[in-house]
Ligand binder design. Structure first.
Ligand SMILES: Nc1ncnc2c1ncn2[C@@H]1O[C@H](COP(=O)(O)OP(=O)(O)O)[C@@H](O)[C@H]1O
Ligand SMILES: [Mg+2]
Length: 262
């Protein structure tokens, strides 16, 4: 059985896409069979992973059911990718039928068992795309940056998770909050860390032990068509993401049953 993880936070700029990309590349580097799904109409995850996004069928066609999944999945450097593009931005209006919360889950159903890990990136919103991601997965990771403003809106996030848990997917759990762009020396960091702990309790989860420090490598690597591990193996954030991947796969809900990595 594959393990699915959604990276979510309705705030933009907290590192969802960077984290999704770093987790996927880290898992692939360790030999796991991985699938990345981009649910953000901005298409950044597909771009980071080197997918062609402008003239190819994407997760939009997958959810509409108009193109078969084997024609949508791309492969680059050993990572399978279901990309996204701007066509997906009309989803809220276009997907209005009964059962619209299950479109992604249904779309990927034929192939989920082919993977060890499936990582889904989401838009900076709480909308039908987010609900589709939560319905298709069992685990959520919430990246946050150490700014007071980044803590606002958590109650809406919490309500959306509760709604999905009650109606569409009782198995959904928040694995943890991941502090990104972390700097121990900054004055506010301690306050934010304490608040993150409080939020984690509210969400019935924890703050991950690994924190991701800032480094320009995170922003630069995609432009070079490389993962952070290839582009800047010694950068602080690369080390942190490497540690985070280890922390993640040692989580109880993330261990692959009976199957060791290839
Ligand atoms: N640890 C980090 N160090 C430096 N820059 C980062 C880090 N994490 C994210 N960024 C940068 O911050 C911006 C927002 O990150 P992104 O992953 O796109 O966030 P989101 O997907 O939540 O909108 C990007 O320019 C990205 O390169
Ligand atoms: Mg993003």
């Amino acid at each position: 059985m594959s393990k699915t993880v959604v990276i979510t936070n309705q705030k933009g700029g907290v590192g969802k896409t960077s984290t999704a990309s770093a987790i996927i590349s880290g898992l692939a580097e360790k030999g796991y069979k991985t699938l990345a799904i981009d649910l953000d109409p901005q298409g950044n995850l597909g771009f980071c992973l080197g997918a062609e996004i402008d003239n190819s069928p994407t997760v939009y066609e997958l959810m509409k059911g108009t193109v078969s999944i084997d024609k949508i999945i791309q492969n680059n450097h050993g990572i399978d990718i279901i990309p996204s593009n701007i066509l997906l931005s009309g989803a809220e209006l276009e997907f209005s039928q009964i059962g619209r919360e299950y479109l992604l889950k249904k779309g990927i159903a034929p192939i989920v068992d082919q993977y060890d890990y499936i990582i889904i990136d989401t838009p900076p919103a709480l909308n039908i795309l987010t609900v589709n991601a939560y319905t298709a997965t069992d685990n959520l990771i919430i990246p946050m940056v150490p700014e007071i403003l980044s803590l606002l809106g958590i109650s809406q996030l919490s309500e959306t998770i509760a709604l999905v848990k009650n109606i569409y997917n009782p198995k959904i759990e928040v694995l943890g909050i991941l502090l990104n762009k972390y700097d121990k020396r900054r004055l506010l960091t301690k306050d934010v860390e304490e608040m993150a702990e409080i939020i984690a309790k509210e969400l019935n989860t924890k703050v991950f032990e690994t924190k991701i420090r800032s480094s320009v490598a995170v922003a630069e690597a995609p432009a070079h068509g490389e993962s952070i591990y290839q582009y800047a193996p010694r950068a602080t954030s690369t080390k942190d993401y490497r540690n985070f991947v280890e922390e993640l796969i040692s989580e109880k809900g993330m261990k692959l049953d009976g199957k060791e990595k290839q």
